[in-house]
Write a protein that binds this ligand. Structure first.
Ligand code: SF4
Length: 351
């Protein structure tokens, strides 16, 4: 809601279709006009009522008097030598967030990594976002705006549209559940942006209750767990959330998710030097891959100032990957993208 000296306007993108229908009817207009307005907002990406050319002028004026748009805008853009593009956006209340466009031209994937919150309350030890203060969750429209604006960049720089969306930017998406799910509904809706659910991945630090809730949703997106340590003692040391959502509870929730969705789950596993890459770690991790199909993504760590972790060297990382492969685990080793612009995993902190 916007409060200025003499106006209080509601955010049109936080208004449900039912409420909009009631408003339209109160203006003496047929209900289908509300659907037209919704289509302008979520399908055509309108950011002003004057764009809604097939909506009668009188209704546009009434909407203008009661509602407003609060779109995000680009504040700055940085391009990495590897083609990754990081954008910083300013929100209507002055907060900043970031999103990253990750092109993989060899496999035709153009992925946007979106933020779901301003800051993060989980404060994982190795993460730049976790060092920021948690301000608020993003609204569905603010998440969709990241997709739209980065999609424009994708067209401009690579002459194609985005193919994939990952909720791996700033924030814990499962702690902004309603808004994230609403954004996914608009992303996947035929009358919205028509992104296939299998092209959307939600990444969580591990909130068991919410993983179960996600499993029960009719929209079936992919799930990635930011695992980073495969036993409770180590994981407690780097991710405080593990103290209340330990590995046993998480595995039960993931198992439930798999039973409902039949989608392979990914484990994100940052390789920290001399911390989580020993043969014993490989053994613990392999055990966590037995209950349901898993892909382990081993990720190169990107140094964050003031954090006592360093990245494992290539030899250490490859040895760890080989130890997993020997135990029959599906593994990929992801070399980091966009490190030169602080756009890599765990580095987003509005720099
Ligand atoms: S790793 Fe994810 S959950 Fe942990 S502090 Fe960073 S943004 Fe939050």
């Amino acid at each position: 809601m916007q409060n200025t000296k003499d106006t209080i306007k509601l955010d049109i993108r936080k208004t449900s279709e039912e409420d909009l229908m009631a408003f339209v009817k109160a203006q003496g207009m047929p209900a289908y006009r509300a659907r037209q307005v919704m289509e302008w907002i979520w399908h055509k990406g309108a950011t002003g009522f004057d764009e809604m050319s097939n909506v009668p002028k009188a209704l546009r004026a009434a909407l203008e008097a009661h509602f407003a748009f609060f779109p995000i805008t680009i504040d700055s853009v940085q391009k990495s030598t590897d083609g990754t593009i990081k954008s910083r956006f300013v929100l209507h209340d002055g907060h900043f967030i970031e999103a990253v466009l990750i092109p993989s031209e060899d496999n035709g994937r153009f992925t946007v990594c979106v933020s779901s919150q301003v800051g993060c309350s989980l404060s994982c030890d190795f993460c730049a976002t976790g060092q920021m203060k948690m301000h608020r969750g993003l609204d569905p429209g603010e998440i969709i705006d990241q997709f739209r604006l980065v999609n424009e960049q994708c067209k401009e720089h690579f002459d194609t549209t985005l193919t994939n969306v990952v909720f791996m930017g700033m924030g814990e998406p499962l702690l902004n559940y309603a808004n994230v799910m609403e954004s996914i509904r608009y992303l996947t809706d035929q009358k919205g942006l028509s992104v296939a659910p299998r092209r959307i991945t939600l990444s969580t630090a591990g909130i068991a209750k919410m993983i179960r809730r996600l499993a029960d949703e009719p929209i079936r997106v992919n799930l990635a767990l930011s695992l980073h340590a495969a036993d409770d003692e180590k994981r407690n040391r780097i991710m405080a959330i593990n103290e209340t959502n330990n590995l046993s509870v998480l595995m039960d929730a993931l198992s439930y998710f798999y039973e409902k969705n039949k989608r392979r789950i990914s484990y994100e596993y940052i390789a920290f030097e001399h911390f989580n890459t020993t043969p014993a770690d490989a053994g613990h991790l392999a055990k966590l891959c037995r209950r349901f199909p898993v892909l382990v993504n081993i990720i190169e760590y990107n140094k964050v100032e003031g954090v006592p972790f360093t990245k494992a060297g290539r030899e250490e990382t490859d040895r760890f990957a080989r130890a997993l492969i020997k135990q029959g685990i599906n593994v990929t080793v992801r070399r980091s993208r966009g490190k030169d612009i602080d756009a890599a995993c765990g580095q987003l902190a509005n720099k």
